[in-house]
Design a binder for this molecule. Structure first.
Ligand SMILES: *[C@@H]1O[C@H](CO)[C@@H](O)[C@H](O)[C@H]1NC(C)=O
Length: 455
C-alpha cells in the first residue's frame, strides 16, 4: 500500500501561499497611502520571518523537543486564524451537553479508536500527536487521514511543548483531556531509556502543568499500564495489589505517572483517572506488539520466537480487544467528576481513580499463534525460547470488578473474534493475498503458494 501523502504539510503550504497572496493584494491596494504601504511591508516581513521559522522541514522528535525554546515558533504555532478555526471546529461538540476532549497520542492505536468513538457520539475532539518514528510513521499518517475524514483535526506537536498546549487551552475550554501519548514498548526501554522519561514523565508533568493552570481545569483520563503490577504474583491483578516492583523502565515511568497524578490531584484539585490497559490489540494496532509482528512474520515465512518462562511455563497475556477498551475509556470519561481548582488553585477535594481495563481471560502465547495460523492458513515456524530478562512479565490477568462496578465495564470480545477482525484489517491495509484468498481463486487447490506481500 502506498503511504498516504503528507496532507498536513501540503495543507500548511497551501495556507502559506494563500496568506502570501493576500498580503500581496493588500500591498497593491494600500500603495496610494505611504503610511499604510510601509506598515504593510513591515507586517509582510514579520509574516515571512514567522512562517519561515514556523515550518521547519525537520520533523524528528529531537528537533521538536527543542522547538519550544523559540518564542515565535511556539506561541503562534500553526499559523493564526485558519488554524484556530480548525482547532475550534474540531473541538466543538455536536450534541447538547457534549464534551470537548483533547486527545493526546490521537494518531496512535488506542488514540485513533477513542477519538473516533467520542466524535461519533457527538463530542468535540481535538487530537495532538508528535508523529515520532518509534514505529512506521506512515501508519500514524494513515490513522490521521481516517480521523480527518471523520472531522477530527490532529495538531502536530509534542506534549513537551508547553506553549502549544497553553495556546490550545487559550482557544478551547476543554472539559476533558484523554492523555494517551506515551513512549510505549517494554524492551525498547533498554535501547532508548531517555525517550521514556521524556514522554511518560516530563511530558505528563508538562501536560498537567498546563491543565492545572487552565480555566476551567479539565478532568484528566490517562493511560497507565498493567505493567505496573511488575513482579506481583497474586492473581488476578487487582487495583489494591502492590505496584512497587516494576520489571521494566516503561513500567517504572507509568508507575511514576500514577504518583505524579496523585500530586497534581492533591495540590491543584485536578480530577484524574488512570487506566491500566492489558495488552490491547485490534485493527490499526501497533506493529511492535507480538500479535502484529507474528502476523507479519508468519505471512513472510519467517520464524517467530515464543517465550517460555524460567519454570518452563508458557507466557500468557490478558489480550484485550480495542473496542472493549474504548468502551472502558468512555465509561471513565463519563464518570469523571469535574476538577475543583481554577487558575492553579485548589478549591476542594477532587476525584482520583485508577482502574484495570483487561479481558479477564489470559491466553498462552502459543494459543495466540494457533489462532493466527488458522486465520492466515499458514503454519508458523515457532521457536520456543526462554524469556529474556528484559522487562516482560510471564503472566497478566485483570480483575476488572472495580471498572464493572463504577461504569459497567464488561469486555465482550474473545481473542479469536478480535484477531479475526485484526487479520481482516491487516490483509486489507497491506494489500496482502493470503492462502485462503488464493485458494478461493484457484478453486480450492491444496498447493496454493505461500502468502506473499504485494506492497
Ligand atoms: C477482584 O477485586 C475486587 C476488589 O476490587 C475483590 O473484591 C475481588 O475479590 C477480586 N476478585 C478476585 C477473583 O480476586
Amino acid at each position: 500500500m502506498a503511504s498516504p501523502p503528507d496532507t498536513s504539510k501540503s495543507m500548511k503550504l497551501e495556507r502559506y501561499n494563500s496568506y502570501i497572496r493576500r498580503v500581496n493584494s493588500t500591498k497593491l491596494m494600500a500603495a496610494s497611502s505611504k503610511v499604510l504601504f510601509k506598515a504593510t511591508l513591515f507586517v509582510s516581513l514579520i509574516l515571512i520571518l514567522f512562517f519561515s521559522l514556523n515550518y521547519p522541514s525537520d520533523t524528528s522528535p529531537g528537533h521538536r523537543l527543542h522547538r519550544h525554546a523559540h518564542f515565535l515558533t511556539s506561541a503562534f504555532y500553526g499559523g493564526g486564524a485558519q488554524w484556530e478555526k480548525q482547532v475550534r471546529h474540531s473541538s466543538t461538540p455536536r450534541r447538547p451537553d457534549g464534551l470537548s476532549v483533547l486527545v493526546t497520542g490521537a494518531a496512535g492505536f488506542v488514540g485513533t479508536h477513542a477519538s473516533l468513538a467520542l466524535k461519533k457520539r457527538g463530542d468535540g475532539v481535538l487530537g495532538l500527536d508528535n508523529f515520532n518514528s518509534y514505529y512506521d510513521p506512515s501508519l500514524k499518517r494513515a490513522r490521521q487521514e481516517l480521523l480527518r475524514r471523520h472531522g477530527v483535526f490532529v495538531v502536530e506537536a509534542d506534549i513537551n511543548d508547553g506553549e502549544v498546549l497553553a495556546k490550545l487551552f487559550d482557544v478551547v475550554p476543554f472539559t476533558h483531556v484523554l492523555h494517551l501519548a506515551a513512549q510505549a514498548g517494554v524492551r525498547y526501554a533498554m535501547k532508548n531509556p531517555q525517550s521514556y522519561v521524556a514522554s511518560n514523565i516530563a511530558g505528563f508533568v508538562n501536560l498537567l502543568e498546563v491543565a492545572k493552570a487552565a480555566d476551567p481545569q479539565p478532568a484528566i483520563v490517562w493511560a497507565s499500564s498493567s505493567s505496573v503490577y511488575g513482579l506481583n504474583t497474586e492473581n488476578p491483578f487487582s487495583e489494591s495489589h502492590r505496584t512497587d516492583r516494576p520489571a521494566s523502565l516503561y513500567a517504572a515511568t507509568k508507575k511514576a505517572g500514577e504518583e505524579i497524578a496523585h500530586t497534581y490531584n492533591h495540590i491543584y484539585g485536578l480530577s484524574i483517572t488512570g487506566l491500566r490497559f492489558f495488552t490491547v490489540y485490534g485493527p490499526w494496532g501497533r506493529p511492535d506488539m507480538a500479535y502484529f509482528s507474528f502476523t507479519k512474520d508468519i505471512l513472510q515465512g519467517k520464524p517467530i520466537a515464543v517465550f517460555r518462562t524460567a519454570d518452563g511455563k508458557e507466557v500468557a497475556r490478558d489480550f484485550t480487544y480495542v473496542d472493549d477498551v474504548v468502551r472502558g475509556i468512555l465509561g471513565a470519561v463519563d464518570t469523571a467528576e469535574r476538577s475543583t481548582g481554577s487558575g492553579g488553585k485548589k478549591r476542594g477535594a477532587a476525584q482520583l481513580r485508577v482502574y484495570n481495563l483487561g479481558n479477564t481471560a489470559p491466553v498462552p502465547v502459543g494459543k495466540l499463534v494457533g489462532i493466527l495460523e488458522g486465520l492466515l492458513s499458514v503454519k508458523a515456524r515457532k521457536q520456543v525460547v526462554a524469556m529474556p530478562r528484559n522487562g516482560d512479565v510471564p503472566y497478566t490477568h485483570a480483575n476488572v470488578s472495580l471498572a464493572a462496578a463504577d461504569f459497567g465495564y464488561k469486555p465482550t470480545t474473545d481473542l479469536a473474534a478480535g484477531l479475526r477482525k485484526f487479520v481482516k484489517w491487516y490483509v486489507g491495509y497491506y494489500g496482502i493475498q493470503t492462502n485462503k484468498a488464493a485458494k478461493k481463486e484457484d478453486g480450492g487447490g491444496k498447493d496454493a503458494s505461500a502468502a506473499s506481500e504485494s506492497t
